[in-house]
Structures are given as C-alpha cells and as structure tokens.
Ligand binder design. Sequence first.
Ligand code: HEM
Ligand code: FES
Length: 750
Amino acid sequence: MTSAPAAPATGKCPFNHGFDAMGDDYFADPAAHFGSVRDETPTFFYPHLNAWIITRREDALTVLGDWKKFSSAANSAMIEVPEEHQHIISPDLISRVLVGSDPQGHTIARGVAQLGFLQEDMDALEPEIEARAHRIIDSFEANGKGNLLEDYCLELTTQTLLAHMGLGYEYADFIKQLRDDFFQVLASAQEPFEEPMRSIVWKRYTESNLTLREIIESRRESDARDLISIMASQKNEDGQYVLGADQIAIHLTEFAAAGTDTTAQAMANALLFLQDNPEAKDDAILEPELWTRVFEETVRRRPSSTFASRMSMIDVELSGAKIKKGDMVWIALASTNTDPDYVEEPFAFDIHRPDPEDHLAFSTGRHKCLGNPLARVQGAAGLKVLFERLPSVTVDDPEALDFVRFALLPARRSLWVTWDVADIERSKQQVVRTLNLTVAQRREESDGVISLTLRHPDGGELPAWKPGAHLDLHLPGEDGETLLRQYSLSSDSHDRSSYRVAILREADGRGGSMTAHDRVREGDTLTVSWPRNNFRFVESSNYLFLAGGIGITPILAMIREAEKAGKKWRLVYGGRTRASMAFTEELAAYGDRVQLVPQDEFGHLDLSSLLGEPAEDTLIYCCGPEGLLQAVEAGSAHWPKNSLRLERFSPKPITRDYDDEPFEVEFTESGTTVTVGAEASILDAAARAGLSVISSCKEGTCGTCETPVVSGDVDHRDSILTPDEQATNDTMMTCVSRAARGCGKLLLKR
Ligand code: HEM
Ligand code: FES
C-alpha cells in the first residue's frame, strides 16, 4: 500500500519542501525526520496527503482534545463500499468503525468495546500470551535465523488476539487475512482501490463479516471473559443488545487490523533500539519488570501509528498555519513524542524516564487507543520471552528499509535476525519450559486411578520425550495456589500428538492428586512442564520391570520401547487388589511376560525369588511406593553395580543426626557468593541474591534445579541421583542438598 499523492492544494501555507512521507529518511526514523522540519514549520501543509501536519505536542493536544472542532468521521467517510456488497455492509455500517466515527455513535460502541479491554482481563491474559510466545519460539529456535517480524512478532500478536477473542488456533489464517483486507479497505479512503483487488478484497471482507456475525450470535448469552462474548452480551436498560452483530463484526475486523501489526511493529522496533542501547537490554534481561519500560520507550520514540488524523470543523490557526473548515489535519505522534519543548533528551532511548507513559503513541482523548492495555501487556511479555529464550538475537541489517510505504502506519515487512543456537541449552537452565495443554480425554483406569490425555490446542506436535520422562502438572490448589506434581508419561513416546499421564487418588497425600481427580475435567487447560527425564531408559539386552500400583506408568512406556527394540523383558506388577491396578487390559497384549500380583490374592511381590539370582545382562527398573523401592534396593544389593534404576515422586526420607549449619556458595559464572543459612536452601539464597535460578518441586524429586558442582563436598538429599551419581559429585539439586558437614564453601556453576 502507498499513499497516493493527492493533487497539490494551492494557497495552503506554510509548506515544507524538505518533508517527504514516502522517503527513506521518514521510514528510517519518522521522529527524526519530523524533527528536521519542526522548528521551521511546526504546522505545515503536505499536499501528498492533502492534509496539514501538526508536529508540536501542544497543538496536538488542542486537536485531539476536542472532537467537536476536530472530527474523526472523515476517516471512514471516504471508504466506498462496492454496490454489490452494500446489502451486507452498508456505507452507514462501515462508517461506524471506531477510528472513523464521532459521538454519539462512537461513545456507545466504545463503551461496549472498552469492557473487552479491562486491565485486569489483560493481566489475566498474560500467562497465555507467554505460553504462546514460548510455543512459537519452540517451533523455530533451532534455525538460528529468521524473519522475526513474520515468524514471531506477527504470529504472537495474531495468536494473542485469537486467545482474547476466544477463537481456536484454526482461525489464525482467517484473522491474518482479515487484518490485510481491512487495512486495504481503510487505505481505500485515501487512495483509489484498483480492480481486480477491489472486488477480491471486498468479497473476502464481506464473507468474513458474515462468519463473524454467526460467532457473535452464538455468544449472545455467554458470560465468558473473551472479547466477543463480552461485546455480544452487553444489553441496555431495556434488555436489548446494545450493538447489532453486524456492527460488532465491523469492530472485530477493526481490532484484527489495529491490534496485530501495531504491536508487532513495536516489538520489532524495540529490537532495533536495544541493539543500539545494549545497556538497556542488559538491564531488562536482569530485571524483567523493565520490559514494560522497554516497550513504552519504544513506542514513545517510534509510535507504530505515526499519525492520528482528523477533519477540522472550524477555521483555526495552529502555530501560524491557517487551517480552514473541512481541511484534514494529521497529528504527527512521532513528532509530538520528541517535542523538545516537552521531553528532555527527546531522541535518546531511555528506559528509565520518570514517567514512561507520558507520550502520545496511543493518542489521547476519546479515540485514545482502545487496545493499549492489551498492546502493553503483550508487547512487554513478547519481548521478555524472546530475550529469555534467545538473548543473543541480533538484527542482521539495522539499516534495512523493507517497508510497506504507507505514511500512516509505516509497516516493516521483515526483520531478519540471527541468534546463537547455544541460547537453546542456556535458556533451558534459566527458564522453566511449560505448555498449556487441553485435557482431551479423562478416563477411569481402575479403582482410584484416572488417566488424562493431553493435546496441544493448536493440534501440533508436542516436545519429544523418552520412556521414563515425567511432566510437572500445575494443578489448581484450594486457595488459588498452584500445586506442582510430577506424573510419568505412560503413552507411546513415538506418538508426538498427545501425552498421557495417570493419577492415583491419594486421600492422605499432599492434595495434588485429590485436586486432579476432583477438579480436572475434559476440555480444561492444564499447564505442564516440558517432559523431563530422571529415570532414563538405558540400553540393555534384558529388563526386569517391577511396578507397584501407580508406579506402572513409566514402566508402560519402557515396555513399549523394549518391545519395539526386540529386547527380552518381564514385568511383575503388584497392586492392592486386581480392581485397583490400572492398564491391565493394555498389558494383557503382552501375554505371560506380564505377571499381575494383586496383594489380596497373592500377597507382596516375592522379591527374594525375583532378585535372588543376580543377572549380569539385566537391568531392573522399579517404580512404586517407598516401601517397595526400599525393599528392592535392599533385595538387589548383591546385584552388579548400577543394575537397579528407580524413580521416586515423593521425597526419600532423609534424616541427619546433626543440625544443619550455614555455609557459603560461590556461583562461578556470575561471580556471586551467597551465605546459605541453617534453615535456608541454596535455591532460596540464590534467588534472594537476584540470580536467575529455576525450580519446580523444591523437594528434590523433579530435577529442575540441577546445578553443576565445580568444587566442594555435597550432602546430597535429593531423590533423583543414583548413589553413584551422588558420589561423583558432578551435579546437585540445590533445592534440598547442602554443603557436606565441615565443608564451608561450595563452588557451583551458574
Ligand atoms: C503498539 C501498539 C499500538 C499502537 C501504537 C496503537 C496506536 C493507536 C493510535 C495512535 C490510535 C488512535 C487514533 C486516533 O486518535 O485517531 C489507536 C486507536 C485504536 N486502537 Fe490502537 N494501537 C496499538 C495497539 C492496539 C491493539 C493491540 C488494539 C486492539 C486489539 C488496538 C485497537 C485500537 C482501536 C480499536 C482504536 C480506535 C479507538 C477509537 O477510535 O476509539 N490498538 N491506536
Ligand atoms: S526443584 Fe525439583 S529437584 Fe530441585
């Protein structure tokens, strides 16, 4: 899209010969380009846009603050709806777009739409935005390079809008097309719409409106907090819906355009500013709360929407320019934000400004950007996640000017970037990777055991895993707290379309399993960690699997793997009663290699005969209650070293006959030394010192906090490392393990 040069109007002055809203200087840095003409001609006529350009903040406030004198209606009045579509989209309907209407119509529609952008709802959306940002980065992080604008910024803002509108992932292309089509419709107010594009775009745009109307009608009675339900369900005092579905649809198309590219452009611009200002980037990486300031300073310095436009309804003089009634007035927001009469060091990129939101990037007055709370939340979240995951991301050519040359919204088409793929491993140490998955199926597997099959709502593949891996489920606790519990994956590790976990109801447990049983339903969304494996399935020619109760879950995946690899194996599976033992039907397929031992029929597993004869070629994999684990540990003590592999999900009971003492830990990579008090953990002390440390279970069972040991003796108290691994002292779990008695200082790599 380009703004077509309008016929130069005569008699309008001042006029500025240096200003060119189509030139490279403008696209490289609009604010600087305005700055170069502002002193000479603070308000000037620009024939190509057939409008007066206002560059001073004071004049901008005069215009934006008075809709009666400076109307927005002209922004839509020039949109010509082709006749064949007018029975669906009448000229009157299209003129109701928010950005192109005045009170009273604007006030009513805005009153409804505004309820869909309340700060608390936008804040509540943040975890979903972050989860989607992670998912998008998961899909391309291994490439080491890409067009960040398309692949990340626009993808994220589109997905945010889908989440906000309560639309499934399958609507992503629909929203993207809508965004492009509505931009063209808007642009047609200023430039002629050529055939055949005119027909193609209008046909598609009209059909999209009809689709949206159906969705709106289906949510008229909904009390959900998505934008469409909120707007569809608003009624007036007489119990009538405030807005018709046709009008809400028009607004949704407006949001698809205004709400995606603007924030995407801002994120891209932020990358460029940070590249020039590495100290700001370092500050924000260290203190993630600063990402909101990075976003804010970016849009101040380079607003995504360079102008707000109005029609003057009066004859008026602004900074020496004589504006006539009926003239168009374009407020150069990029210029007002760098007006030296108001802003100190206007061109500096300073994220520590005392009042970071004091700018006009979102305009002001009645038309102040409706979506600003969403833009701010998603812009900051998008940048935060990007730099958490790919801190080395670098723009290849900061001078590149690959723009859609449209003066109102100078939209970058691409931002080519490169990053170091070593960021991937580094970020795994610093960011707990999670996924928001849908509970696709909930099944009663046996007395007291349910299984949950989890899929990604985008229908895509899930991160790979190997048998023995588990997920941390984030379960809703009683008082709004989140309970983190580990559950083994029991599905087929070669099937990336879903995960299956099984959960035993433990009435005397710590509450996680009860919550899962009582509160998790099909269709719910659950946050889960990426699969983590502390129970690796190691190559062997023969396996003895020993499972007790719910301990069957990781073993199921292992059996499948052993079977695929054609290995010899045998399973002895004990449980309270036959009815309490899950997955027995699935296991029946393996015939007599599976021996079921319900306790009420056969008593405990006969470990002395199972383990009596050590076998050189056999690995024992055992999972189950603590009693079984301890019995198998004791019963296999005479087996070759490392024959036994087991996994605990409740912390191993550990007692020491002395009181813990304080000690020091030096983190060698950051050069920070902390004192760990007698009552504290290394993890607590590190977090207090502002180090980026990650954790999940905080009881030594999940492995998230595993940290390499450089030197010092460790008192290992985790339930993950084998005795051998503990003895080699290569790594430790900082949530529970400490310096060994008498070792005053540990050196850890972090
Ligand atoms: C960095 C991101 C964004 C920037 C810089 C921005 C900028 C602006 C500006 C300058 C206006 C005012 C135009 C005027 O005064 O005439 C505006 C209006 C608007 N914006 Fe945004 N916007 C952003 C993001 C969003 C988002 C995320 C949404 C919604 C999902 C959105 C929806 C709207 C709407 C509906 C209006 C019209 C409001 C009205 O006329 O009452 N914007 N935006
Ligand atoms: S946080 Fe889970 S082992 Fe330390």
